[in-house]
Design a protein around this ligand. Structure first.
Ligand SMILES: Nc1ncnc2c1ncn2[C@@H]1O[C@H](COP(=O)(O)OP(=O)(O)OP(=O)(O)O)[C@@H](O)[C@H]1O
Ligand SMILES: [Mg+2]
Length: 526
């Protein structure tokens, strides 16, 4: 089927010229795109964009949500056909009409959302569609063996015969990358692969990327994490509103300039613009909204106590897999608790399902927008209005005009880039879909808003806007539980923090303790 050669990526036959020492690859263009145009109804997603990738480089593709990054990648990989322009691989014109064809040519992609089958085994996922055969059947032993070797090269030691769904998103992501690596030997494209990885895993991925770069692979890397761009890339191509802004050597482009070029305006740093209420003094005056006593669920999260007051942002920090999402889900009634109790404004309540929670003024914006949030086939307006309509009851239909008014307000407030309110959400860029979910829960004006990774996949400028918005909501008296893997973001937004480790709440931090060193030491248990 594909050109999957069965080599592990360490054994790849690399087709580039190497210097006499055989170590440093000689830079040469491997993939070029010229004059690419791509139009969707009402949207100029790409206008006359040029792009060039060299062998042996890590090249970041940067731009705000909806700038055209994913679309360019889709054109390069045959997911979308461009309306104009041409793509060359090793100076030969190519026009892949499907990702499979692109893969045969040597271009592999790992997308923002992992597109694998969670019910199949890890090994099956790596070899699906290109299984090695023996006599008259599939050679399972060989599939498992080769999968183990591949993952070992990424320092990942997991049971490859287990269903992929048993593992964390981070590991699923690594498996997707292993699959891509085994198929392609020339170009690897990573579209926001790190958005759900923790720091250790990101480093692991970077090591793998560096290794591949040394071997002469060209890597295109899309990320919204500025630190990562500087940690790993050689060059940066910036897009804005579907147009090429420029190509820069990473080392020669100061961060502020990068951001300014992405946004098309000067960027004056947002740390200063986010003010917490004076040392939580106002928050102290506010009454406690939610109190949780000994709430827990065997196998998911150990019993914990937690209080959230009106007017404060409570952060939940801890490593990936420490139980942050589990904590949110159990409070919101998605997962059933097997111990403990919940009090709202001092009254014992039973939150056995999300509908109960919503009735009591809670809202939960989940981290996984693809499986838990966005409904692709509904419009932006319908997606935004959904939770509010559910809260009011389906019998009390919100008039169309009112819906449009509300939706419009939040499209503007969160700068959701869409051709219109009736655009299908499935057609929005990843970051803009995330904003739609956020809008959905914000408009319900809950008393307690639980945000699980609300800024994942969102560009720097909008991230700052969202952080400001969260502070403003708290200042108006809303209680917020804020879950984020980005420590500096949590530090900026939160008045107090609960620290989780190994699915237990181990500490609470406030005031002066909300500081990077202290948090890290607490998480690490130093
Ligand atoms: N199938 C489609 N139909 C209509 N519009 C589309 C479609 N795919 C993309 N677009 C639009 O094209 C523009 C570019 O989207 P793209 O997904 O390339 O952005 P992006 O730079 O990857 O953003 P993000 O950082 O949010 O992932 C957006 O305005 C998006 O709404
Ligand atoms: Mg994208």
């Amino acid at each position: 089927m594909t050109g999957g050669s069965g080599f592990t990526f360490l054994e790849y036959p690399i087709h580039h010229d190497f210097s006499p020492e055989g170590k440093v690859p000689v830079m040469s263009s491997i993939l070029t795109a010229k004059g690419i145009c791509k139009y969707f109804p009402g949207v100029k997603a790409l206008q006359n964009v040029d792009f060039e990738l060299q062998a042996g480089e890590i090249h970041c593709l940067m731009g705000e949500n909806g700038a055209g990054k994913s679309t360019l990648i889709k054109v390069l990989t045959g997911v979308e056909v461009s309306d104009a322009g041409e793509v060359c691989l090793e100076r030969k014109k190519i026009a892949p009409s499907s990702p499979q064809q692109a893969q045969q040519l040597g271009i592999s992609t790992v997308y923002q959302e992992v597109n694998l089958c969670l019910n199949l085994s890890v090994a099956e996922n790596i070899f699906i569609g290109r299984e090695p055969r023996k006599y008259c059947g599939i050679d399972w032993k060989e599939i498992n063996r080769r999968s183990r070797v591949l993952l070992a090269n990424m320092n990942l030691d997991i049971d490859v015969t287990q269903p992929l769904g048993r593992y964390s998103v981070a590991i699923q992501q690594m498996v997707a990358i292993a699959r891509a690596l085994d198929i392609s030997a020339k170009v690897l494209i990573l579209d926001e692969p790190t958005s759900s990885l923790d720091a250790t895993e990101v480093n692991k991925l970077f090591e793998v990327m560096q290794k591949l770069k040394q071997q002469g692979l060209g890597i295109i890397f899309v990320t919204h994490f500025i630190e990562q761009v500087y940690a790993v890339s050689d060059r940066i191509t910036i897009l804005r509103n579907g147009e090429l802004v420029g190509v820069y050597d990473t080392a020669a482009l100061p961060r502020v300039q990068l951001i300014a070029k992405m946004m098309g305006k000067a960027f004056d740093g947002f740390e200063a613009s986010i003010k917490k209420t004076a040392a939580g003094s106002e928050a102290e005056e506010h009454a406690g909204f939610l109190a949780v006593r000994g709430l827990g669920c065997r196998g998911s999260i150990s019993p914990f106590d937690l209080e959230v007051n009106n007017g404060e942002v409570l952060g939940i920090v801890g490593l990936l897999g420490s139980g942050r999402t589990e904590l949110a889900r159990i409070i919101f009634g998605i997962d059933r608790a097997d111990s403990g109790e919940v009090l709202i404004k001092g009254q014992k309540v039973k939150l056995v399902c999300p509908a109960d929670a919503i009735r009591h003024g809670l809202a939960y914006c989940p981290e996984n927008r693809k499986t838990e949030g966005i409904i692709d086939t509904l419009s932006v307006r319908e997606n935004i209005i959904l939770a509010l309509q559910a809260k009011r009851g389906w019998g009390k239909y919100i008039p169309r005009k009112k819906q449009e008014e509300i939706a419009n307000k939040y499209v503007n407030l969160l700068r959701i880039k869409t051709a219109g309110l009736e655009q299908l959400v499935g057609n929005l860029s990843g970051g803009n879909q995330q904003k739609v979910i956020l809008a959905r829960w914000l408009i319900t004006m809950p008393s307690l808003l639980i945000l699980d990774e609300p800024t994942r996949g969102i560009d720097v400028g909008t991230k700052a806007e969202i952080q400001k918005l969260i502070r403003a909501l708290a200042a108006e008296g809303m209680a917020v539980i804020f879950i984020s893997s980005e420590l500096d973001e949590s530090i900026r937004c939160c008045d107090r923090m609960a620290v989780l480790r190994d699915r237990s709440k181990i500490a609470e931090l406030s005031g002066q303790e909300i500081e990077e060193q202290v948090i890290m030491q607490t998480i690490a248990g130093v």
